[in-house]
Every structure is written in C-alpha cells, then in structure tokens.
Ligand binder design. Structure first.
Ligand code: IPE
Ligand code: MG
Length: 212
C-alpha cells in the first residue's frame, strides 16, 4: 500500500495524514473486493525494513494497525476472515509490539468463522525472512532434502494460495520483498495512483490483468 507519504505531500499535509487516509481506503477497498467476489486479498501494511522510519511515524502507523485489526464488526458484516503474516511473535527478531499483537490475535479469532474473502495483512513482514523460516522449519522437522512442498508448508500462512496478481501502487516498479515465494507465477499490475487514491478503476484493472 505505497504512496501514502506522496499523497500527503501533494496536499501539504503531514505524512501521518497520508497513512490515516490509507487505512480508511483499505476499508473501502475491502468492501469493493468483497463485491467483486475476490477470494483472497493480501496487503503489505508494514515491512521488516520499515522500522527505521522516524519514531513518531512508526507509532502512528502502529496505531492505525490497531484500528484496522479492530474493525471486527465491519469485517463480520462482510463475512471477511482476517489473517496475518509476519515474523512470528515468539521469534527473536520479531518487532510487533504487544498491543498490536493483541489486536491481531483478537481479529483473527473474532472473524475465524467467516467464510467469505480472506484478508491477510502483512505486518513486520519480509518475504526473505519468511522463506528462511520455512527452510528452518523443514530442517527442524527432519528434512534432509528440502522440497518445494516442504517450503510451501513452512510459509507463515500455508493456506495462502499462489498469487494471481501483484499490485504495486504509486508508480513504483519494484516488488520489495513481498510474497516472493507465492508470486512465482503471478502477473503484475502497476498503477501511478497512490494508495489513498486507489479505487474501483484500479482494482478492476488489476482483476483484468489477473484474468489475462
Ligand atoms: C506506504 O506509504 C506506507 C508504509 C510503507 C507503511 P509510504 O509511507 O511508503 O509513502 P511514500 O512512498 O512516502 O509516498
Ligand atoms: Mg513508499
């Protein structure tokens, strides 16, 4: 969900206002995705590389994730099941603070019975760390020859299906350590639109790319 900062700068607003708007827009895109009958929507909320940002900005983004995972009533109304991927809370490198962990766990539990779209939020997530985690799990499980299936099983969320289309907003043309393993066969959709301005035209264009 890239481009919150640029969205704010163009309006002479602080970067934090862009993040706030981005969180609101995610709620809107989730509603839209449900209408389009998308089965799986995975969003990059915060990466393992993002912790170096100014403290106040990080704190603001953390608060927004607490808010996002707190939208349980709304998600239940939409029959959306919440999932999360990121460095496991008990791993030594994990950086998700306790109050965000609690919100994540509560959202997962309180939406677990929903049967519609699965919304997965990547938070404290990095794809290379995930692949290393999967390899370590395979080795710890006694694998001497690690296979593709072993690594599939060791991903943070083994149920996550292969990615149909990766969407990159805000004119960036990079993948940036997102779902590298799962995107082996994915198409890619680039848009100049910043994340807070990402709407139905872009979502529909991405769906069209996925169906090509
Ligand atoms: C995405 O917006 C939000 C996060 C990475 C948390 P940016 O903050 O990266 O926005 P730009 O790239 O400065 O426009
Ligand atoms: Mg950015």
């Amino acid at each position: 969900m890239d481009g919150n900062g640029r969205w704010a700068r163009r309006r002479n607003l602080p970067r934090t206002a862009g993040h706030t708007e981005g969180e609101e827009n995610l709620a809107a895109v989730v509603r839209l995705a449900v209408k389009r009958e998308i089965g799986w929507l995975t969003v990059f909320g915060f990466s393992t590389e993002n912790w170096v940002r100014p403290r106040l900005e990080v704190r603001h983004i953390l608060g927004l994730h607490k808010k996002l995972f707190g939208r349980v009533a709304e998600l239940n109304e939409l029959n959306v099941r919440v999932q999360w991927i990121g460095r496991p809370f008990d791993s030594p490198e994990a950086r998700t603070p306790g109050y965000v962990q609690k919100a994540i766990i509560k959202a997962i539990n309180d939406t677990a019975a929903n049967t519609g779209m699965v919304l997965t939020v990547a938070f404290d997530y990095g794809s290379r760390a995930e692949i290393v985690h999967a390899a370590e799990a395979a080795v710890a499980g006694g694998c001497t020859r690690v296979t593709v299936e072993d690594l599939d099983k060791g991903m943070y969320l083994a149920e996550l299906p292969p990615v149909d289309v990766v969407v990159r907003t805000s004119g960036e043309r990079r993948i940036s350590n997102f779902l590298l393993w799962q995107s082996a066969g994915a198409r890619v959709y680039f848009t100049e639109q910043t994340w807070p301005d990402f709407g139905a035209p872009e979502l529909d264009a991405a769906i069209a790319v996925a169906r090509q």
